[in-house]
Write a new protein. Structure first.
Length: 129
């Protein structure tokens, strides 16, 4: 089994560009209504335009904040590069970069274009315990 998270966004193409830069991902589908973001050969995130395709269980685009209680958490081996990529597009930083001594790694907490919280975490053990 493999997770394939999907989030509803207002502008799929803008969100795709944001995630591609921040995550170092690539487009696997492309389009105004739907996108698959790929890292290597693995799909890591799906983006879906709120109004597209009439999905009954997508949620309410007027109810904010989106993803309340859900964190989109990504692990990377190139934490410093991910921080630089986020800075290059002036991504909104909520916290960090900082050391999480409980997990023995570094993290940066971001807010994406639609308000979802995105966490990028470095490898476990990259900081002293």
């Amino acid at each position: 089994m493999q997770a394939q998270p999907l989030i509803a966004v207002s502008d799929v193409e803008a969100s795709s560009r944001w995630y591609q830069v921040v995550l170092g991902a690539r487009s696997g589908h492309g389009g105004k209504d739907y996108e698959q973001l790929m890292f290597g050969e693995h799909m890591i995130l799906q983006l879906h335009r709120w109004e597209a395709h009439g999905h009954a269980h997508m949620g309410n685009p007027e109810a904010r904040p989106y993803g309340n209680g859900v964190l989109l958490w990504f692990h990377t081996e190139d934490f410093d590069e991910a921080v630089e990529r986020a800075a290059s597009i002036s991504a909104t930083v909520l916290d960090g970069p900082r050391e999480n001594t409980n997990a023995s790694h570094r993290e940066i907490w971001l807010r994406d274009l639609d308000g979802y919280v995105v966490v990028i975490a470095g490898p476990y053990g990259d900081v002293g315990m």
